[in-house]
Design a protein around this ligand. Sequence first.
Ligand code: E4P
Length: 214
Amino acid sequence: MKFFLDSANIDEIKEIADLGLLDGVTTNPSLIAKEKAQKNFEKTIKEICKIVKGPVSAEVISTDYDGMIKEALKLSKIDKNVVIKLPMTPNGIKATNYLYKKKIKVNVTLIFSVSQAIIAAKAGAAYVSPFVGRLDDISSSGLDLISDLSEVFMNYGFHTEILVASIRNPIHLTESAKLGADVATLPYSVIMQLFNHPLTDSGITKFLNDWNKK
Ligand code: E4P
């Protein structure tokens, strides 16, 4: 399972890269705005691409087809690892298909149903991003969607990777792994939570106490 960091914060990206855990990065307009990097969007993506030697998702903000393509072609020139993130709309799907034919990778974002994921896969998306946390927020099961997607993608041998997004806790990650999801994009805080276990902490304390006994 690949780990992407869901962040546009350079310090966080460097820290997770230093741990050797970083396979890629996903950003979105909200994450870029959190870093106040809207005006330096392309520069920020370039900087991220220097740190991570894997896919870096950069999302367009246009909602019309021509605007999406214009932004996508510009972003794709930043680095060979840039993946264009497009929203799950008819224009987003039309643009996905165009970019697929140009051999530019697309991550179709804001996926909330199996039917949306099938459409994105048929259009040639390299990744689909189902948002588990936001589904849980409206009392629908995000993990049920991952289970259904794993089954459907397996049935048809789609090459599109399931990139689990909107992960809020370690259970989202471990259950997605059990279901065979290809990628998890995790906020920094959830990656750090993955390390924790009280028995690890008490075990270290006991080992050190025993070592220091006279
Ligand atoms: C995915 O690529 C999105 O950036 C992200 O996972 C959304 O997460 P949120 O629902 O916590 O905003």
